[in-house]
Ligand binder design. Structure first.
Ligand code: ASP
Ligand code: MG
Length: 422
């Protein structure tokens, strides 16, 4: 009866008054058939309230990792185009299952694979970028009361082959479709109920943020708050897509990711993030002359070593200087090998490295217009006797590198120092 009334209601909403919503379900929220059925109910409930619905699904949790393992079992050095054919299958399965689950609730639904829309990408298999999306057909269909289900993470290259968009790429699919459809919002359903001021497993007083800006989210996403793929946040920012991160398992409101002008009182510090497993390399007595940094970071980039914080000291004698930078702990040995091989070409005396480090970052758009933010951070850490090894800053972020053993102490102390405990 209720369902019947809701449908009647939907029929009376004109297309012009309907909102268009993209709902994306992450791996844990479509991890098995029960989860998929629960997600389908959520879609249908939004549909019955009079919204046009596009659903984007991830693979079941763990499936993509299993597929990667299978690929590697056949052949260590694989044809990356076939790798994408294999990897995209997890999402493809779930798109079909989701369409069936929605149909089972009495609503018309069909799946649209990346190549069927199509979602065109460049040819960087394994981490392709979206170049163009044709939403004309699904737009017609959703206006005509059908639900469109799109597998995340996949696209089509110029060579007419399947591509994948890099790990976590279903977020990107969802945001890109929401942007192309000019959707009213893009809801990302996951296993946490939003973005917190800090990791709640470490800081029990951490609180959920109602709103966070794209910029803050970008800093938090690339920093270890691994809820949204960073590239998707960038895309959302560029296209003004309203993103909402929510739990698939509760009905509590999530965190909205919005543009800065939507937030009236800008927090000086909105959140604190961290990443452990950092390592630091110092090259001693590097020649102080043009081209040296390029000579160091060029080969590292070619070897796919991601360099994060970089500090170069002022040269004392005008001839040599020390250069320090960080990489992830897992890249440390590789980075050392690359640099040792180029030692004579680069020209440095000694390489010193240090692992078991953590990076702690405080993030907030209000930092732009407030002074004394850094002072509070340094004072707080000093009071706890925590030594800072490297500092780096951006307009809305200050990061410090400390010994990993002090991570929790530092996070709790900073959370309280910036008034986030209240
Ligand atoms: N299944 C893909 C991954 O695990 C894409 C995604 O879930 O966003 O990376
Ligand atoms: Mg994800």
């Amino acid at each position: 009866m209720i369902i019947y009334l809701l449908r009647l209601f939907r029929k009376h909403v004109s297309v012009a008054d309907m909102s268009c919503i993209v709902q994306k379900f992450g791996g844990t929220s479509v991890a098995d058939i029960d989860c998929i059925k629960m997600a389908a109910k959520r879609v249908v409930s939004a549909y019955n309230s009079g919204n046009q619905m596009v659903v984007v699904v991830s693979a079941m949790a763990g499936v993509t990792n299993n597929l990667i393992e299978l690929t590697e079992q056949v052949n260590g050095i694989f044809d990356v185009r076939e790798y994408d054919v294999i990897l995209s299958s997890g999402e493809q399965t779930n798109a079909g299952l989701m369409a069936l689950a929605i149909q089972d609730l009495g609503i018309q639904a069909r799946s649209w694979l990346g190549w069927q829309l199509p979602i065109k990408t460049d040819s960087k298999y394994g981490r392709a970028r979206i170049t163009e999306i044709d939403i004309s057909e699904i737009k017609k269909r959703i206006e005509n009361n059908e639900v469109a289900v799109v597998p995340g993470f996949q696209g089509l290259s110029k060579e007419n082959r399947i591509t994948t968009l890099g790990r976590g790429g279903s977020d990107l699919t969802a945001v890109a479709i929401a942007g192309a459809l000019n959707a009213d919002r893009c809801e990302i359903y996951t296993d946490v109920d939003g973005i917190y001021t800090c990791d709640p497993r470490i800081v029990s007083k951490a609180k959920k943020l109602d709103k966070v800006t794209y910029e803050e989210m970008l800093e938090l996403a690339s920093q270890g708050a691994r809820v949204l793929q960073a590239r998707s946040v960038e895309l959302a920012k560029n296209h003004g897509v309203r993103v909402e991160v929510k739990s698939a398992f509760t009905d509590t409101p999530g965190t909205q990711v919005v543009s800065e002008d939507e937030i009236l009182e800008k927090e000086v510090v909105s959140g604190i993030s961290y990443s452990s497993d950092e390592a630091k390399i110092t090259l001693r007595r590097v020649k102080d002359q043009p081209g040296v940094a390029a000579g160091i970071f060029g080969p590292l980039a070619d070897a796919s070593v991601n360099v994060d914080m970089i500090v170069q000291n002022v040269s004392e004698d005008g001839k040599t200087t020390d250069l320090t930078f960080t990489v992830t702990a897992k890249d440390l040995n590789h980075a050392k090998e690359v640099l040792s091989e180029k030692k004579s070409k680069i020209g440095f005396d000694e390489l010193v490295s240090d692992s078991n480090l953590s990076k702690i970052s405080i993030v907030g758009v209000g930092m732009r217009s407030n002074t004394g933010v850094a002072k509070t951070m340094f004072n707080t850490l000093a009071k706890k006797n925590i030594n800072i090894k490297v500092i780096s800053t951006s307009e809305i972020k200050i990061s410090v590198l400390i010994d990993t053993e002090y991570t929790e102490l530092a996070l709790r102390a900073l959370h309280s120092a910036y008034g986030l405990d209240q």
